[in-house]
Design a protein. Structure first.
Length: 586
């Protein structure tokens, strides 16, 4: 009996030891979670969580980013699959999410020296099939911690010094995968402040001809990513949670010291709130639903205090996902206009917010139809003045506004917020843009890439546009995804400036010289083109930003404030519709 007890006890001890060993192995190697805070000029604007999984044949990195004070998309989820033996990429996905819930996507597959990629932000998409990128090319982008983890996996810490790597750069835009050769250079030891402590780190400088220069700190013994900062735009992310005590003990990262933080440093901030518009003084908000064909769409009617009737502005969003900046601009503009005695209505396109429909299948015809239905809804509202209803759209939404107005003769006029161009860059007096990709990536903070490669990239873009324009298919399929070929074809056929020249009612075009589509002399060209359009008005600002406003600190919180000159111009222009037509002038 005693032997059985001993055997049983030893067996249980063995089982417990095996379970403990399994948990120990998983905790130390199988799955780790890293959390980082994102900063811009020492102001926290987001957070990112990176999960690292190690399987029998793969290393899997999953990133989930939330942006509190960014005017872009509020969240992005990414996954990167690496071959465990070589550390080279196998598969990558990115899923940015807009304010109203719609999602765009970027998918990359790597097989040997060939890369296939698909970017989809309806109606825009871009296909890249079996493009030669090299067998030893690493996937890297400076805006996410998981890319640094993947890159430093290839760095030889025994050799140190400067080491060079060929990288592919995934762009969350309808452009091909970019390529660059980057240098990772050891820059000495440092003590980096994190979580109220200073941790002993090794510092590296990453640089290339296209990617911006970055400073990266890794934990000295475990080589875990502690922080990384862009040396040009003052953005950085800082570790806020280590993956667990096991790694710290094994790696020797307990060699930490009390930190001395400078004012405005990276000390924790309690519960950051997403940036929002400055609250208006007098406004009533009515959440409504209205019919457009077979669809039920959601919207918001904001009216001033009083019995009305009020002039009303209908806002139409941009193409693709809805960034927080556009939502903040709508809220701020609604507040200003309501204070000026003007009501504002905005609605969710099919598949956005609470609106029925499929975001992927929303084409120009459907958007124009929905805008017409929105007009019909507000024209019957008891607080609206049906004789003074204006349509306003952001960039591509401006084209939709004018197209809808052509079908509704009672519309008073249209406002276009930002230059409503398409990728073929159809603008008066200028041929199609020859370096669209370089112009776009410069705005994103990248430098000059190899000219020969950039020519290849631009040729690929032109071929992609041509393939879509010459297609007769309503939909196409690539990498298992359904693509809105008909909707994209309509998008590429837009001629917004020709529409403006032939428009028979007043319109107001507002843009800044910092617009990505602006070129020197563009304002003079427009003045000449619209000289005969006596009811047009063109307002050009020196620096307006993509959302016609800026984020500032209001009562301890970051709020979006629309440019007051823009808001005042819109309010006065709408009120003019009750009198004589506006005369065109820049």
């Amino acid at each position: 009996m005693k032997k059985l007890v001993i055997i049983f006890s030893l067996s249980m001890l063995f089982v417990i030891l095996m379970i403990f060993s399994a948990f120990f192995y998983i905790a130390s190697t199988g799955h780790k979670t890293f959390r980082y805070d994102l900063f811009f000029e020492d102001r926290k604007f987001g957070a990112v969580k990176v999960d690292k999984y190690v399987t029998e044949d793969k290393i899997i990195l999953k990133s989930s980013s939330t942006f509190y004070n960014s005017l872009g998309y509020p969240s992005v989820k990414k996954e990167l699959f690496l071959d465990k033996r070589t550390g080279l990429p196998v598969k990558y996905t990115a899923r940015p999410t807009g304010i109203k819930g719609a999602v765009c996507s970027l998918d990359i597959l790597q097989k040997g020296d060939r890369t296939s990629a698909l970017y989809l932000d309806p109606p825009v998409f871009f296909e890249l099939k079996d493009f030669e990128t090299g067998e030893d090319t690493i996937l890297f982008a400076p805006e996410d911690p998981m890319f640094y983890m993947a890159l430093m996996h290839h760095y030889n810490f025994w050799k140190k010094g400067a080491q060079f790597f060929e990288v592919m750069i995934p762009m969350e835009a309808p452009v091909p995968v970019l390529r660059d050769k980057i240098e990772v250079r050891y820059d000495g030891d440092a003590y980096t402040p994190i979580m109220g402590k200073r941790i002993e780190t090794e510092r590296f400088i990453i640089s290339g001809s296209g990617v911006p220069s970055m400073t990266v700190d890794l934990a000295k013994y475990s080589h875990s990513l502690v922080s990384a900062g862009n040396n040009s735009d003052k953005t950085r992310f800082v570790l806020t949670e280590l993956p667990g005590r096991f790694e710290k003990i094994l790696a020797g990262d307990l060699n930490i010291y009390d930190a001395i933080f400078s004012p405005g440093g990276v000390s924790p901030e309690p519960g950051p709130r997403a940036v929002s518009a400055v609250q208006p003084r007098t406004i009533r908000t009515e959440n409504v639903f209205f019919e457009s064909g077979k669809l039920l769409l959601s919207g918001r009617l904001r009216t001033p205090d009083g019995d009305g009737p009020f002039p009303i502005l209908i806002l139409i969003s941009n193409d693709g996902l809805l960034p927080r900046g556009v939502s903040c601009m709508f809220d701020a503009l609604a507040g200003f206009l309501c204070d000026s005695g003007i009501a504002v209505f905005d609605f969710d396109s099919p598949g956005r917010g609470k609106s029925q429909g499929n975001f992927l299948e929303t084409d120009d015809f459907l958007r124009v139809e929905c805008t017409g239905a929105a007009y019909g809804f507000v024209a019957k509202h008891p607080l609206a003045d049906p004789t003074n209803i204006t349509l306003a759209g952001v960039r591509g939404g401006g084209f939709i506004a004018m197209s809808a107005a052509e079908k509704k003769p009672a519309v008073s006029g249209c406002i276009i917020l930002g230059l409503p161009v398409v990728p073929t860059m159809e603008t008066p007096g200028q041929p199609a843009e020859k370096d669209y990709v370089q112009k776009y990536i410069k705005q994103k903070g990248y430098g000059k890439f190899d000219p020969a490669y950039m020519k290849t990239v631009n040729d690929m873009m032109a071929a992609s546009f041509k393939n879509v324009q010459n297609s007769n298919d309503d939909v196409s399929f690539f990498m298992g995804r359904k693509l809105p070929a008909k909707a994209y074809r309509e998008y590429l056929k837009r001629k917004p400036y020709a529409l403006m020249i032939g428009f028979d009612r007043p319109f107001l075009l507002i843009f800044g010289k910092d617009d990505i589509s602006f070129y020197p002399g563009f304002d003079a060209t427009l003045k000449t083109a619209f000289d005969a359009v006596k009811t047009s008005r063109i307002a050009v600002f020196r620096n307006l930003g993509p959302y016609m406003g800026e984020v500032e600190l209001v009562d301890g919180e970051w709020r979006f404030k629309i440019n007051p000159d823009v808001a005042r111009l819109i309010a006065n222009w709408i009120k003019e519709r009750q009198g004589a037509p506006a005369q065109g002038a820049i």
